[in-house]
Design a protein around this ligand. Structure first.
Ligand code: SAH
Ligand code: SF4
Length: 437
């Protein structure tokens, strides 16, 4: 979501005459688009701001903007801690970036723009032609993200998103389809639709737009001619509908990849997390998914060391891992976030125990990922090429696995090619293709 927001800010800046440069030292304006989901993400921002302070001492004309969730959370505290910051830009305020930068110049003082409104609507935002050349950072010109909703109303007890991103709001299907169509016209082949909980898409629509459900939206987007691959993230297990599961059967370009964060394998912990499902509910949904699409690659998110998590609770998370055998997972040590309910929960777990549990989980997940990946050896997979070099190229399967091929090809990024997988590693596969004579 931050990557897409960064693109939008890049687009606004280019319409104000800015051009991109490749290093912080020579930039007139540096924007840190930040995340505060876990303490570690926030610490990274603070240390980068420290480094920028030194650069700014040498080049006082440089402007520094902190955007995104750290900006939203810290507001004017950020200026108190980091007086060299010129602009603090909240998550709903990025669309007015140009105005706020001009204000920092006019006033010569730091500007704090972190207002949030219940009536906030995501503006219709079409990519410009300049953006379509893929000039922003390392984004691929053929693979793009499209934000379909913002904010979250779920209030999981550990999570800062409802506070930093505001109330859930869905963009109109019309705006989304127009944005995807524009991307596809510019050569984009793969789109990932983004929302904190895509299954509630349309429940709180932008303005007066006619609401449609997420599965309906998927069908509409999939009909856009020239789009080859469609993905989405993230889905909440509590309201993963049969209709959405059915899309994996009915929509040919929907990639067989699904991210379904479970967080814990213990019902007691899930309850305190305010997740509104049990392990049995989760397993039932997983079964329905695989029944519909047996070749699906399933990934999840896990938090270890949630307040009050006992050895038995953690053992249940390990049991769940054995039962589902996720293709991959993102696992994190629980960290307190400002203002969330779990900050005040009893039974905080020590860093040492959290680290031990994380290591145990990740070690076993790595073994399972390797076993899962081994099952692809000998199969033929369609990959979309992402990068090419003198001695080979790299692509991605529909299941979202990276494949390295050490043969030359005249094809380029965005092209589709069928390869035979001959080696599996923990995090990637190796493949070869048979050139046509
Ligand atoms: N909306 C998505 C995920 C958003 S946050 C969902 O509901 O699943 C991405 C992941 O960060 C979460 O799934 C969770 O595993 C992790 N996370 C969120 N808050 C956290 C915290 N306080 N400590 C550790 N991990 C956290
Ligand atoms: Fe956070 Fe829960 Fe919303 Fe996901 S669903 S963003 S974890 S509050």
């Amino acid at each position: 979501m931050n990557e897409r927001d960064s693109e939008i800010m890049g687009q606004i800046l280019s319409s104000h005459g800015y051009v991109e440069c490749n290093d912080m030292e020579s930039a007139d304006l540096v924007i840190l688009n930040t995340c505060t989901i876990r303490a570690k993400a926030e610490q990274k921002v603070m240390s980068l701001l420290g480094a920028l302070r030194k650069i700014k001492t040498q080049r006082p004309g440089m402007k520094i903007c902190v955007a995104g969730c750290v900006a939203q959370q810290e507001g004017d505290h950020l200026i108190q801690r980091m007086p060299h910051v010129d602009l603090v830009l909240g998550t709903q305020n990025i669309y007015d970036l140009g105005t706020y930068i001009a204000r920092t110049t006019e006033t010569g003082r730091p500007v704090i723009a972190t207002g949030m409104s219940k009536a906030f609507q995501i503006p219709a935002f079409l990519p410009t032609d300049r953006e379509a050349i893929g000039s922003t950072g390392d984004l691929h010109p053929f693979r793009r993200f499209v934000t379909i909703m913002q904010g979250c109303d779920n209030y999981c007890s550990y999570c800062v998103v409802p506070y930093t991103r505001g109330r859930e709001i869905s963009r109109s299907a019309q705006d989304i389809v127009a944005e995807v169509r524009k991307f596809v016209d510019q050569g984009v082949k793969e789109i990932t639709l983004l929302g904190q909980n895509v299954n509630s898409y349309g429940r709180k629509p932008n303005g007066t737009a006619r609401p449609c459900s997420f599965p309906e939206l998927l069908h509409q987007v999939a009909e856009i001619r020239g789009l080859h691959r469609l993905r989405f993230t993230t889905s909440h297990p509590k309201d993963l509908s049969n209709e959405l599961i059915g899309c994996f059967r009915d929509i040919a370009i929907l990639c067989p990849q699904f991210h379904l964060p479970v967080q814990s394998g213990s019902d007691a912990v899930l309850k305190r997390m305010n997740r509104h499902y049990t392990v049995a509910d989760y397993l039932e949904r997983v079964e329905a998914l695989f029944a519909c699409r047996p070749d699906l690659a399933l990934t999840t998110d896990i938090i270890v060391g949630f307040p009050g998590e006992t050895d038995e609770d953690f053992a249940l998370t390990m049991d769940l891992l054995e039962r589902v055998r996720f293709h991959g997972s993102f696992s994190f040590k629980y960290s307190d976030r400002p203002g969330v309910r779990s900050c005040n929960f009893d039974g905080k777990i020590s860093e040492q125990v959290k680290s031990e549990r994380l290591a145990i989980f990740q070690r076993r997940q790595d073994e399972i990922s390797l076993e899962r990946n081994g099952a692809y050896v000998g199969s033929r997979q369609e990959i979309m090429i992402e990068s090419t070099g003198d001695s080979g190229f790299q692509g991605r399967t529909g299941t979202n696995h990276i494949v390295h091929v050490d043969q030359h090809t005249d094809l380029g990024p965005g092209d589709l090619l069928e390869v035979e997988i001959y080696h599996a590693g923990q995090h990637s596969l190796k493949g070869r293709f048979h050139p046509k004579h």
